[in-house]
Design a protein around this ligand. Structure first.
Ligand SMILES: *Cc1c(COP(=O)(O)O)cnc(C)c1O
Length: 492
C-alpha cells in the first residue's frame, strides 16, 4: 500500500517546514484581507457584527469539538441541554413552536422550510399546490430554493416606494389560489424598510390557501421588537451567522435553523440515525442531525450574555446606527427607499446610478473605499447600480463617522468629475485602489497627487491598510479563468 506516485507537488505544500515559516505564510495571506480587524464591514443584508472572543472560545474545547455527530443520545446530554436551551430561546425570539437545527445556511433553511410546507400540504391532500409567490426585490436564494423544491415561481411587483405591490399580490394570490403553495417574503424588506402592510400580506396568502415563508436574514432589525410568529408567518430561517454572531464571509460553516408554527412541527426534518422529529417528518436535509452543531455554542453564548433586554437594546442600536448614517449621508447621496416617517430599518440603499452620466460606476466607489481603508458595502443588490449599507449595533459613533467621512470625501471626488475639473477616465476613482507599489514607484504619471491617492483623509496617516492588488478587469476575469497553480507544462 506504499504510495509510489507523487502527490501534493504544488510548492505551497513543500515550502514551509518550520513553525516560523508556516506562521509567516499564513500571516501573509491574512494580511491581504481587509477584515473586521481593520474597519467596519458595512455589507448590507450580511449583518457583519462583532464575533466576541468570549463567544468563540468554547468552540475550541475538546468536549464540544471532538464528539461524533452520531454519538448515542445518552452520551451527549451536555450538547442536548445546549441545543434545547437554544431551541427555547429562539422560539421565544421568533414566536414559533419549534426549531430544526439541520440546515447549515440560510439558503438551506429556505429549501428545508419549503419542503416542510410541501409535506404539510400533502398531509391535507393538497399536494398539487406548487405556486410560490416571490417579490421582485427578493434575495437570489429565494427563487433558487423554490425551484429546487419543485415549485413554480411567480414574481410579485414592487411599487415605486420599494414596497410589495399589495394589489398585484392580491391579484396573483387569487389567480393562483387553487395551486398556491406559499409566499417567500423578507422583513424588513431587502430595501431596508419595515413594510407596513406585512400583516395584511400574510393574511392574503392564508386566505388563498398558501403558507408564508419569511426569510429571516434581516432578523437583526426584529429581535425583541417584533417577530415572524407575531406578524403571521408560518416558517422562517434564522441566519445564526448573521444575527446571532457566528463569524461568516470567506466560506466558513454557517447555521440556518428554521422555526415553524405549531401546525408544521410534525413535518420538521428527521434523521436516519438520530431521531429528531416525528414519523411525518421530511427526510434529512443534512448529513448531521443538528447541522454544524459545534458553532451553536457561539449563538448560545451570545443570547445568554445579552439576555432579553440586551438583545432588544442591540436591535434598537442597529436601527439607530443605520438611521444615523442615513441622516449624515442623505445630504450627499440620494437614499433610495424610506418608510412613511422617512426612516430606514437596519440598513439603507444609496442610489449611485446618476453618477453614470459622468462615467462613474458603483464599482469605482467600492474600489476607492479600499484606499480609505474600508470594505465596500453590498454592491448592486437588491438594486443594480446602488450600495446597500448595514452598520450593525457593534460599531461605535466614531467608526460610523469615519465611514461617513470617507463616503462624503468620495462624493466630493465624484463632484470634481461632474464639474469637468478632472478627466472622466483617468481619475482617482477610476484608478482605485492604489497599491503601495504604485504609489511609491519612481514613475508617477497620474493627474493627481500620490498623497490624494493613498492618504485622502487624515486618519489614514495613523492607520493605513494597503490593498495588495490594483484594479483588475472583472468581466474579463469572470470569462477567462486563470489558474494560479504552476503552468500546465509543469505537469507534463
Ligand atoms: C444572506 C441571505 C440569504 C442566504 O443566507 P445564506 O446563509 O448566505 O445561505 C437569504 N436571504 C437574504 C435576504 C440574505 O441576506
Amino acid at each position: 500500500m506504499i504510495r509510489t506516485s507523487s502527490y501534493l507537488t504544488h510548492p505551497v505544500f513543500n515550502s514551509y517546514h518550520s513553525e516560523h515559516e508556516m506562521l509567516r505564510y499564513i500571516k501573509s495571506l491574512e494580511a491581504k484581507d481587509l477584515s473586521l480587524c481593520h474597519s467596519m464591514i458595512p455589507l448590507g443584508s450580511c449583518t457583519m457584527k462583532l464575533n466576541a472572543t468570549t463567544e468563540m472560545v468554547p468552540v475550541t474545547w475538546a468536549r464540544f469539538g471532538r464528539l461524533h455527530p452520531f454519538a448515542p443520545v445518552d452520551q451527549v446530554s451536555g450538547y442536548m441541554q445546549l441545543i434545547n436551551e437554544l431551541n427555547d430561546w429562539l422560539c421565544e425570539i421568533t414566536g414559533f413552536a419549534k426549531m430544526s437545527f439541520q440546515p447549515n445556511s440560510g439558503a438551506q433553511g429556505e429549501y428545508t422550510g419549503l419542503m416542510v410546507i410541501r409535506a404539510y400540504h400533502e398531509s391535507r391532500g393538497e399536494g398539487h399546490r406548487n405556486v410560490c409567490l416571490i417579490p421582485a426585490s427578493a434575495h437570489g436564494t429565494n427563487p433558487a430554493s423554490a425551484s429546487m423544491a419543485g415549485l413554480k415561481v411567480v414574481v410579485v411587483k414592487t411599487d415605486d416606494k420599494g414596497n410589495i405591490d399589495v394589489e398585484d399580490l392580491k391579484a396573483k394570490a387569487a389567480e393562483h389560489a387553487a395551486n398556491l403553495n406559499s409566499l417567500m417574503v423578507t422583513y424588513p424588506s431587502t430595501h431596508g424598510v419595515f413594510e407596513e402592510s406585512i400583516i395584511e400580506i400574510c393574511n392574503i396568502i392564508h386566505e388563498n390557501g398558501g403558507q408564508v415563508y419569511m426569510d429571516g436574514a434581516n432578523m437583526n432589525a426584529q429581535v425583541g421588537l417584533t417577530c415572524p410568529g407575531f406578524i403571521g408567518a408560518d416558517v422562517c430561517h434564522l441566519n445564526l451567522h448573521k444575527t446571532f454572531c457566528i463569524p461568516h464571509g470567506g466560506g466558513g460553516p454557517g447555521m440556518g435553523p428554521i422555526g415553524v408554527a405549531e401546525h408544521l412541527v410534525p413535518f420538521l426534518p428527521n434523521h436516519a440515525v438520530v431521531n429528531v422529529s416525528s414519523e411525518q417528518g421530511i427526510t434529512a436535509v443534512s448529513a448531521a442531525p443538528f447541522g454544524s452543531a459545534s458553532i451553536l455554542l457561539i449563538s448560545h453564548a451570545y443570547i445568554a450574555l445579552m439576555g432579553a433586554e440586551g438583545l432588544t437594546e442591540a436591535t434598537k442600536t442597529a436601527i439607530l446606527n443605520a438611521n444615523y448614517i442615513k441622516a449624515r449621508l442623505e445630504q450627499h447621496y440620494p437614499v433610495l427607499y424610506a418608510g412613511a416617517n422617512g426612516r430606514c430599518a437596519h440598513e439603507m440603499i444609496l442610489d449611485c446610478r446618476a453618477f453614470k452620466n459622468v462615467g462613474i460606476e458603483v464599482a469605482d466607489i467600492a474600489k476607492r473605499l479600499m484606499d480609505y481603508g474600508f470594505h465596500a458595502p453590498t454592491v448592486s443588490f437588491p438594486v443594480a447600480g446602488t450600495l446597500m449599507i448595514e452598520p450593525t449595533e457593534s460599531e461605535s459613533k466614531a467608526e460610523l463617522d469615519r465611514f461617513c467621512d470617507a463616503l462624503i470625501a468620495i462624493r466630493q471626488e465624484i463632484a470634481a468629475v461632474e464639474a469637468g475639473e478632472v478627466d472622466q477616465k483617468n481619475n482617482v476613482l477610476k484608478n482605485a485602489p492604489h497599491t503601495a507599489a504604485v504609489v511609491s514607484a519612481d514613475e508617477w504619471d497620474r493627474p493627481y497627487s500620490r498623497q490624494l491617492a493613498a492618504y485622502p483623509l487624515p486618519y489614514l496617516k495613523v492607520n493605513k491598510f494597503w490593498p495588495s492588488v490594483g484594479r483588475v478587469n472583472e468581466s474579463q476575469g469572470d470569462r477567462m479563468l486563470i489558474c494560479s497553480c504552476p503552468p500546465v507544462e509543469a505537469y507534463a
